[in-house]
Ligand binder design. Structure first.
Ligand SMILES: *Cc1c(COP(=O)(O)O)cnc(C)c1O
Length: 241
């Protein structure tokens, strides 16, 4: 685990990258929320992030999120990985923003649970903008239909779109590869927003390609490695801590 001093330096450097990219694009740096992706890292590192003012933290596995949630007071959690319907109940009503809603059955499960609990669950629709068979997400052409399906549920608030891009080919410039795909997601968001003005967010960009994401309008970037260093061998587990 890296030290708090090292994390502080990495956080400053990452915020600077975001600010530089925002200013170059004529945007305000404050319009981009930095999410720290803490997957595989221990809760102590997540707590250090919160102490340094990085309050938005993301996990890609539900179990890891719920375990850390109890150990990291003050964080705002984001789920950025696949969600199974049987795990919906441990997230709804806990102020977790779910970035990975990509099918009608999940909309049904989330909205049913939220209705039952009398809460409104915030979510983003995940779009597989690069048509990567290994990634979740609806097809780009299905986005508006899925947003409309979800927005018809009063207990589910779809506030934007999210994407995870395919890995760039070896030796390629990640930002260059990513830019047209991020642009496609932004155009889709703009089109959907004409019908559903609440759909504002664009969750896109990671350690290697956040500049392209910010240039194309990202409102949330999800950064793991650049902040916390290389990932551990597997998910952090309570019983292994
Ligand atoms: C792991 C992960 C990230 C962070 O990736 P880095 O390249 O380490 O910054 C971002 N988004 C999702 C969905 C992830 O699973």
């Amino acid at each position: 685990m890296i030290s708090s001093a090292e994390l502080s330096r990495r956080l400053a450097a990452t915020r600077q990258r975001i600010a530089d990219a925002a200013l170059a694009a004529g945007r305000q740096p404050g319009d981009v929320v930095l999410l720290g992706v803490t997957k595989t890292h221990p809760p102590a590192l997540a707590r250090a992030a919160v102490e340094l003012g990085l309050l938005d933290l993301a996990e890609n596995r539900v179990q890891e999120l719920t375990a850390k949630r109890d150990e990291v007071p003050g964080a705002r959690w984001h789920l950025v990985g696949r969600l199974q319907r049987n795990k919906v109940k441990v997230l709804v009503g806990t102020h977790t923003l779910i970035h990975s809603v990509d099918r009608r059955s999940l909309v049904d499960a989330l909205s049913a649970r939220a209705e039952r609990d009398g809460v409104v669950q915030r979510a983003l629709i995940q779009v597989n903008v690069g048509d990567d068979p290994d990634k979740g997400g609806c097809r780009l052409t299905e986005t508006e239909d899925l947003v409309a399906y979800a927005r018809a549920r009063p207990n589910l608030a779809v506030e934007g779109l999210m994407t995870i891009l395919p890995l760039p080919p070896d030796g390629a410039d990640a930002n260059e590869e990513a830019r047209p795909l991020f642009a496609a997601l932004r155009q889709q968001r703009d089109a959907v927003r004409e019908r559903f003005p609440e759909v504002v967010h664009l969750s896109m960009g990671m350690s290697a390609d956040l500049e392209a994401a910010v240039a194309e309008g990202a409102t949330m970037v999800r950064v793991g490695t650049a902040l916390f260093g290389p990932r551990g061998a597997g998910p952090w587990r309570k019983d292994a801590a």
